[in-house]
Design a protein around this ligand. Structure first.
Ligand code: ZN
Length: 264
């Protein structure tokens, strides 16, 4: 080491030491616990071993368009029956995991319990699951909440996920490019047809944001993809505003379960 580098080196060591002390102090105040089962773990913001291995992560093989996992490999570009029978308006959908207990805990923590600290962790998994989509998009737009719901929750969980993805990847994030045109009752307990009716025409691109969308490849960010009614209505609004392509990246996806069963 050159003598001139010594003070810098010492300063860095001191900073690292201070950071270490701070992290240990935080751990003493809030001992690191698994985000799902609250078992003590080594690090803040992690999962314990058993919870990690039980996560229902969606891995290939899956439907190229809807990202629905396949039991057997049907070859490259294979589509599921739903994508063939009822082609969605968006190009592709990817999600981190199948919606179940783990996703329910994480999403409702983010949504209702002010656990915005979960967003960076969930976003990392979304970037991993939808890396290609992130790479090919020009910008990200979250599924918006109606102003009335935003006022009671104070933040939009999909926007928090998009913000964290933007920080991690540098992809542009435009939280206001898609708006709710009207208030829609919650989708809980509705059948697929009723969900479609409920959100039809519910979104619009405000005039001042049309230039952000026109000719662009938009990545729509959602927390849970259930029947697809919301994502499809949002996609149609973006396309009406001239989006060249829309893809959807969700944290969790409901698969094979009854959508109207009051899941979310
Ligand atoms: Zn655990």
């Amino acid at each position: 080491m050159l003598p001139s580098q010594a003070p810098k080196h010492l300063a860095a060591t001191a900073t690292r030491f201070a950071q270490g002390v701070f992290a240990r102090a935080c751990d003493m105040l809030v001992p690191p616990a698994c985000m799902l089962c609250e078992t003590r773990t080594g690090d803040q913001g992690g999962l314990c071993g058993p919870c990690w291995s039980a996560l229902p992560l969606i891995e290939r093989p899956y439907c190229e368009q809807l990202g629905t996992p396949f039991g057997v490999d049907l070859g490259e570009g294979a589509l599921c029956a739903e994508a063939i029978a009822n082609p969605p308006p968006f190009a592709r959908l990817r999600a981190v995991m199948v919606y179940g207990d783990a996703a329910r805990k994480l999403v409702s923590g983010l949504k209702f319990s002010d656990r915005t600290d979960l967003a960076p962790w969930m976003a990392r998994w979304m970037v991993r699951a939808g890396g290609e989509l992130v790479e090919q998009a020009d910008l990200m737009v979250p599924i918006p909440l109606h102003a009335r719901r935003l006022a009671s929750r104070r933040y939009n969980q999909s926007a928090e996920l998009a913000r964290a993805i933007a920080r991690q990847t540098g992809l542009r994030f435009q939280p206001l490019a898609l708006a709710r045109a009207r208030y829609t009752p919650p989708q809980i307990g509705l059948s697929t047809t009723a969900r479609d009716r409920n959100v039809r025409g519910a979104f619009r691109v405000p005039q001042q944001y049309r230039s952000h969308i026109e000719g662009r490849r938009v990545l729509l960010i959602d927390d849970v993809y259930t029947s697809g009614a919301t994502a499809k209505a949002a996609t149609r609004a973006l396309k009406r505003a001239g989006a060249a392509e829309v893809a959807v990246l969700a944290f969790a996806k409901v698969t094979g379960a009854k959508v109207g069963g009051g899941i979310i």
